[in-house]
Design a protein around this ligand. Structure first.
Ligand SMILES: C[S@@+](CC[C@H](N)C(=O)[O-])C[C@H]1O[C@@H](n2cnc3c(N)ncnc32)[C@H](O)[C@@H]1O
Length: 326
């Protein structure tokens, strides 16, 4: 059996951006991640939208979504309002916004989100250990409730536990890896009997999802991997990150050609639902997708920009390997 590396070991591969999640507003997040064509909230948006719609068919009350590792609540903004990720990216990287204090930015954001058409039947709870990020999101309106919480290390308070018990759908982008099955074990303890939340996770391909899927199985949830596509998360920050990721992906028995070898982090989509729901409609039928591979960004840099040479070198290496094997 292939032995899987631990998440903390795999996290060493990734460039450390932890500082940008602690800022008082989202501008630094967009400045830094924008340069790397961070795109996963954009490709996740139609998937989350379709899952919310499917879950809404099964209940009368609005759908309560928990965004795990929500940061400033950008997924929340995209689920709650008729807004696109490009619009957010342009807003927070606009040079006119640069001189503003965080308080002034928050005041503008409060009006911005209030004025935007809102999807009426969605409620968003954002969970993240970064108190500054979730508080910003709650006050600005990208989420309805902020839970500054680390379920890897701590149990929720009774009040937080009540809020978590009402969740219908758990979503995440760029978060598995920071969270492990420990977080999901704490969440499953709170689940409503007979009506557990569905779970949709976008997971970088170097991270195994088996332990989390096994934890969700204890609630009677079956996990499907969306097989038709993988999803671009962002460009690699440098060659070391690219090389180490390719090795980690290969060590999991996956083929990096056309994905990581082209200079891009790719994520898989895992969706966990009760078997009866899956029998009614498999995930392949439930969601239609954009993968991000051919996304023409209106602003910012081009995917692959600085790593094109490395991608070409990787391709040559793979071809030599294949030729030697044949
Ligand atoms: C790559 S960012 C993704 C942010 C957001 N989901 C997005 O895609 O824009 C990872 C996030 O995971 C959060 N995080 C780190 N440890 C966590 C934990 N134990 N539980 C929940 N979130 C965590 C970080 O604070 C950060 O906001």
């Amino acid at each position: 059996m292939r032995s899987e590396r631990s998440y903390s070991d795999l996290n060493e591969i990734k460039y450390d951006f932890s500082q940008i999640y602690l800022d008082k507003d989202p501008r630094e997040y967009f400045r830094v991640l924008g340069q790397l064509d961070y795109i996963i909230p954009h490709v996740a948006q139609p998937v989350f939208e379709q899952l919310i719609r499917a879950r809404a068919e099964t209940q009368d009350e609005p759908v309560t979504v928990l965004d795990l590792g929500c940061s400033y609540g950008l997924n929340g903004a995209l689920m709650k309002y008729a807004l696109r990720y490009d619009a957010l990216r342009e807003r927070y990287t606009d040079p006119a916004m640069k001189p503003l204090s965080s308080d002034a930015m928050l005041e503008l954001d409060r009006h911005f989100y209030q004025a935007w058409p809102k999807h009426p039947r969605v409620r968003v709870i954002g969970l993240d250990p970064s108190e500054s990020a979730v508080r910003y999101g709650e006050q600005a309106g990208t989420m309805d409730l902020a839970l500054p919480l680390d379920l890897e290390a701590n149990d929720p308070s009774p009040e937080q536990a009540n809020a978590l018990a009402a969740v219908d759908l758990v979503v995440s982008t760029g978060c598995v890896g920071y969270v492990t099955s420990k977080t999901f074990k704490r969440l499953t303890k709170l689940a409503r009997l007979g009506r557990p939340a569905w779970v949709a996770s976008f997971v970088l391909r170097m991270f195994p999802y088996d332990d989390i899927a096994a934890t969700l199985a204890t609630l009677g949830l079956e996990t499907e991997r969306f097989e038709a596509a993988t999803f671009v998360q962002r460009r690699f920050a440098n060659f070391d990150e690219m090389e180490a990721t390719i090795k980690a992906v290969e060590a999991r028995g996956l083929d990096p050609r056309g994905r990581e070898s082209d200079g891009l982090f790719h994520a898989d989509l895992f969706v966990s639902r009760p078997p009866a729901e899956i029998a009614r409609r498999r995930v392949q039928k439930l969601v239609s997708v954009v993968s991000g591979v051919n996304k023409p960004w209106p602003v910012g840099t081009h995917a692959l920009g600085s790593l094109a040479w490395a991608a070409r070198a990787q391709r040559r290496k793979q071809q030599r390997k294949l030729a030697a094997a044949s």
